[in-house]
Write a protein of this length. Structure first.
Length: 64
C-alpha cells in the first residue's frame, strides 16, 4: 500500500467517524442548531471537511 493510499484510507475513516457522530445522539445539538443546507468547514490535522445539514441528516465531505 502506498503512502497516498494510507492517507486516503485514514481520511475516509475520519469522514465516516464524523458522519456517524454528527448523525448519532451526541450530534443532536449540532443538527438542531443548524438550518437546512447550512454548512461549515471543519479542519483537522489530516484534512479539511465541509459539514452540511441536509434535511434531518448531516453530510461530511473532504474538500482538500
Amino acid at each position: 500500500m502506498s503512502v497516498s493510499e494510507e492517507v486516503e484510507d485514514h481520511t475516509e475513516e475520519v469522514v465516516e467517524k464524523f458522519t456517524k457522530y454528527l448523525n448519532g445522539p451526541q450530534g443532536k445539538v449540532v443538527r438542531e442548531s443548524m438550518e437546512d443546507n447550512e454548512s461549515y468547514i471543519l479542519k483537522t490535522k489530516d484534512c479539511t471537511m465541509r459539514v452540511t445539514k441536509k434535511g434531518l441528516k448531516i453530510e461530511v465531505e473532504v474538500i482538500d
